[in-house]
Design a protein around this ligand. Structure first.
Ligand code: L34
Length: 294
């Protein structure tokens, strides 16, 4: 058996079409154009690509965007004062500070500085807390994108054994939380594995749905999964360059061996990545809508 490929590229396109309509409505009815500020500190090649894609997606949808590139040696104080200004800027509904940040900057101070109403990444502790207790808030883009991918490709999560590998604040922990909630796209039994898990294979073999976000290539191979599993590969690892100088990308899952056993699997590229971007657009539109005083 060879797995069905779950295309994030295709599903993201569907969601973009839905968003285009909403954005038109917002403009027509309320005269509001959603606005996103993206901040990139330094010149990490992967971060540059991701922020570039976010800006491109804004342009494609008719979202106003400000892309701010700061030198890698900028001080934390300067970054915080820029965020203060954006918090007050009424054209900007969403603020995104691309992570990771250089060493001299304390990431959590930066995240705290963002107005939670403009925190379209859903990283501010106010939003994280609201997510956990299920109040209305911005959901983090990658985990929310994963839920949408599953729902829109017809994968049932209710009562499923979901195994997450990786415990980061931006993927593992929030996806664990969303999946265990009693929501139409969750309601699963969830296990989270990490570097201190005693018997990783015991858990991965039990998974109906396996979500892998370890940040390392080939964390999961075909012999570690059961027949018929649905695999979501969150990783994007740059493992070298083609002779033409293009980056070679692989996920956290050994695609070739796992696809022989899986019922469905997301590819890298073209899986979770495009979903992260489109969910950011969705949050930005929501932030703009929330800003309307009726
Ligand atoms: N603040 N920092 C903040 N918010 C985020 O949501 C992110 N993330 C992660 C890193 N730092 C962040 C992203 O945007 C990872 N991430 C991200 C976004 C998009 C893609 C991958 C990671 C993506 O579109 N990947 C393409 C391949 C693009 C390429 O590298 O050439 C894909 O098809 O998977």
């Amino acid at each position: 058996m060879s797995a069905k490929i779950i295309s994030g590229t295709e599903i993201a396109k569907q969601i973009r079409e839905e968003l285009k309509k909403e954005i038109k409505e917002l403009k027509k009815r309320h005269g509001v154009t959603p606005g996103l500020a993206t901040i990139l500190v330094g010149d990490d090649p992967a971060s540059k690509v991701y922020v570039g894609q976010k800006e491109k997606s804004c342009n494609n949808l008719g979202i106003y965007s400000e892309k701010i590139n700061l030198p890698g040696d900028i001080s934390e104080k300067e970054l915080l004062s820029l965020i203060e200004k954006l918090n007050k800027n009424s054209r900007i509904h969403g603020i995104l500070v691309q992570l990771p940040l250089p060493k001299q900057i304390n990431e959590s101070r930066v995240i705290y500085a963002i107005d939670p109403a403009k925190d379209v990444d859903g990283f501010h502790p106010v939003n994280v807390g609201k997510m956990v207790v299920r109040e209305k808030c911005f959901l983090p883009c990658t985990p929310h994108g994963i839920l949408e991918l599953l729902a829109r490709s017809g994968v049932q999560t209710e009562g499923a054994e979901v195994v997450v590998v990786g415990r980061s604040n931006i993927v593992g922990k929030p996806v664990l939380n969303l999946m265990l909630q009693k929501r139409p796209t969750g309601n699963a039994t969830v296990t989270l594995c990490h570097t201190r898990t005693k018997d990783l294979v015991f858990h991965t073999k039990r998974a109906d749905i396996l979500i892998v976000a370890t940040g390392h290539p080939k964390t999961v191979t075909g012999d570690m999964v059961k027949e018929g599993v649905v695999v979501i590969d969150v990783g994007v690892n740059r493992i070298g360059k083609t002779p033409e100088g293009k980056a070679i990308l692989v996920g956290d899952v050994d695609f070739e061996s796992v696809k022989e056993k899986a019922a469905a699997i997301t590819p890298v590229p073209g899986g979770v990545g495009p979903m992260t971007i489109v969910m950011l657009m969705k949050n930005t539109v929501e932030a703009a809508r929330n800003s309307i005083v009726e």
